[in-house]
Design a binder for this molecule. Structure first.
Ligand SMILES: [Ca+2]
Length: 184
């Protein structure tokens, strides 16, 4: 009899967990863990990313990727233009999202003219530029990170990389690789 009650109780709990959930995702199905972007290192080209007009995803053995073969390149053209790299992910309720990314800056500038603004727009929070990188960003890959914090509802988070180059002050190329989106 005791065994029967235990089994029935377990079945009732299971029913409540599945039938009672307001969404198809439950806390058990969506733990706040892991990297959630399908193409963080651009090895699948621009899949999963919005890529601006003059941006390219490339592999260049003379200028190696941070990892793998490919990375996103804001080419140094010494023409006045802006270019955008952007992607959006879903941040489940209760989760914090940390975006790690690597940038390499190759430039002939010696003062701030060309720049790469990195932003994170999160549901319920005004969009904000988290980093504004320029000529002093370094010719070796450097890592940066930014986080959303947590909320009680599901949110979307859009990471954006906006490069601006002005003609005549020197040539700057910004390379971006391994943009990871990790829940915790
Ligand atoms: Ca890569």
């Amino acid at each position: 009899m005791k065994a029967f009650i235990t089994t029935a109780w377990a079945a009732a709990l299971l029913l409540a967990a599945t039938g009672g959930a307001p969404h198809d995702r439950t806390a058990a199905d969506a733990p706040c863990t892991g990297q959630i972007h399908a193409n963080p290192g651009f090895e699948l080209g621009s899949t999963g990313w919005t890529v601006g007009p003059r941006m390219v995803v490339l592999g260049d053995t003379a200028r190696p990727a941070h990892t793998g073969l490919a990375y996103a390149a804001f080419a140094g053209l010494d023409v006045t233009h802006t270019d955008l790299l952007r992607t959006t992910v879903t941040v489940p309720a209760g989760c914090d999202l940390t975006v790690h990314f690597w940038v390499r800056t190759t430039t002939t500038e010696t003062s701030r003219s060309d720049y790469l603004n990195v932003g994170l727009a999160v549901t319920g929070i005004p969009p904000k530029t988290r980093f504004s990188l320029a000529f002093d960003g370094g010719s070796q890959w450097r890592q940066y990170s930014m986080s959303t914090g947590t909320a009680t509802t599901d949110r979307t988070a859009t990471a954006s990389f906006l490069a601006s180059e002005t003609a005549g002050n020197g040539v700057t190329a910004f390379d971006v690789d391994d943009v990871t989106f990790t829940l915790s």
